[in-house]
Design a protein around this ligand. Structure first.
Ligand code: ZN
Length: 339
C-alpha cells in the first residue's frame, strides 16, 4: 500500500546540460552524449532506490524537453520552420517546430533508453511520453485539417512506441497531458479518444499526468488569475474516470485544486502529488504525510500512489534529490501509521 513514484522529469547534471531551464542545450554530443545520459539516469535511479521510491524513472535524462524529446526523430516535422505559438491556450509563447507532412515514426525513439534503465533496476520502471493533445499544443500544424486529426496521427506513433516500451519490460507508461486543463472541452470531445488510441493493446499500467504546469514564472502568473479554488478538473474528470487509463497523476501539495474533485475519479489509481515543484523549500516527511492524508479523505489508501506534483527539471539538482528523499520518508511514515 502507498507505493511511491515521481511524476516525470528530474534535473540534469550540469555537466550534461545547462541547469535550471526547460529547453537546455546539451553539453556533450555524439556517443559521449548517450553515455552521459546513461550515467545521469543511473544516478537518478540509484537516488530513487535509496529514497525508497517503488516505481522509478529515468527522470527524462535522455531528452531535452518532455514534448520535443519525443518529436526529434519523427518525420513530417520541419525543425527549421520554427513558429512562435501561444501554447496552453495562449498562456505563454514558445518557439515550436512545424508539422509540414504526414507524421511517421521511422524507428524506436526511447527503446535504447528504456532498455538501459530496465537492465539497471529491479524496481518497477515507469516511462513517460507526451500525450497527443499536449504534443499538438506544442507544435505548429501546417498539414492536418484539424487539431484532433493531427492528435490521432501522433497517438498512432505513441502507441507504436508504447508497445515497444512495454515489450522491453516497462511497467508503467505515463502520458503527460498538461494541456488538458487549458482545453477542458476538447478533452471530453477528443482528448480521451486520442489517449485511448495511444494505449490501445497495452497490458502494462497506463497513466495520465495532468497539472497546472512546471513552476516557471509564466505558470505562476497564470495560476494567480485562477481564483481561490481551481475547479477546471471537474469538467473532464468524469470522462477520465470512464476512460481505460489506469492511473491519474495530479498536484495536491500547496495546490488550490479542491481535493474533493478526487472523488470524481473513484475507479482510478491516483498519483497524489505531495511535493511542490514550484518552490525550492524541502517538504518535511510529516508535510508529505499530511498531504497524502488529505487525499485519503476522498480516495481509499489502496488507490493512492505518493508522487511529486509535476516534473522537477527546472529545480537545482540537490533540491530535487532532497524532495525525493522527503517523499519516500513521508510515505513510509504514513504506511507505518496505517499499519
Ligand atoms: Zn506536470
Amino acid at each position: 500500500m502507498l507505493e511511491t513514484t515521481v511524476a516525470g522529469s528530474l534535473p540534469k547534471p550540469s555537466w550534461l546540460a545547462e541547469p535550471k531551464i526547460l529547453w537546455p542545450a546539451w553539453r556533450l554530443d555524439g556517443d559521449t552524449l548517450f553515455e552521459g545520459q546513461q550515467d545521469a539516469a543511473l544516478a537518478w535511479i540509484k537516488h530513487q532506490e535509496d529514497a525508497g521510491i517503488d516505481i522509478v524513472s529515468d527522470g527524462e535524462q535522455f531528452r531535452k524537453h518532455f514534448v520535443h524529446g519525443f518529436l526529434e526523430t519523427i518525420e513530417g516535422i520541419d525543425w527549421q520552420l520554427m513558429t512562435t505559438m501561444g501554447i496552453r491556450n495562449d498562456r505563454y509563447d514558445a518557439q515550436v517546430p512545424t508539422v509540414t507532412s504526414a507524421v511517421r515514426r521511422p524507428g524506436s525513439v526511447h527503446g535504447a533508453d528504456a532498455s538501459f534503465c530496465r537492465d539497471n533496476t529491479k524496481r518497477k520502471l515507469k516511462f513517460t511520453l507526451p500525450g497527443p493533445m499536449t504534443i499538438c499544443d506544442t507544435i505548429a500544424n501546417a498539414h492536418y485539417d484539424s487539431r484532433p486529426h493531427m492528435a490521432m496521427a501522433f497517438a498512432d506513433l505513441l502507441n507504436a512506441e508504447a508497445r515497444e516500451l512495454e515489450a522491453l519490460g516497462v511497467d508503467v507508461i505515463q502520458f503527460d497531458e498538461p494541456a488538458f486543463n487549458a482545453f477542458m472541452g476538447d478533452v471530453v470531445e477528443w482528448g480521451v479518444d486520442a489517449l485511448h488510441r495511444a494505449i490501445d493493446g497495452l497490458k502494462c499500467k497506463t497513466a495520465v499526468h495532468i497539472c497546472y504546469g512546471y513552476g516557471i514564472q509564466q505558470n505562476i502568473a497564470w495560476k494567480a488569475t485562477l481564483g481561490e479554488e481551481w475547479r477546471q478538473y471537474e469538467a473532464f474528470f468524469p470522462a477520465l474516470n470512464d476512460s481505460r487509463i489506469d492511473q491519474v497523476s495530479l498536484e495536491c501539495a500547496n495546490s488550490k485544486v479542491p481535493l474533493s474533485v478526487l472523488g470524481l475519479l473513484k475507479d482510478k489509481e491516483i498519483l497524489v502529488g505531495a511535493i511542490d515543484v514550484a518552490t525550492e523549500v524541502i517538504e518535511s516527511p510529516e508535510q508529505v504525510a499530511e498531504t497524502l492524508r488529505g487525499a485519503m479523505e476522498f480516495v481509499d489508501p489502496e488507490r493512492i500512489i505518493a508522487c511529486t506534483n509535476c516534473g522537477m527539471a527546472p529545480l537545482p539538482r540537490t533540491v530535487a534529490e532532497a524532495k525525493i528523499t522527503a517523499l519516500g520518508q513521508g510515505a513510509a511514515l504514513l504506511r507505518q501509521e496505517l499499519g
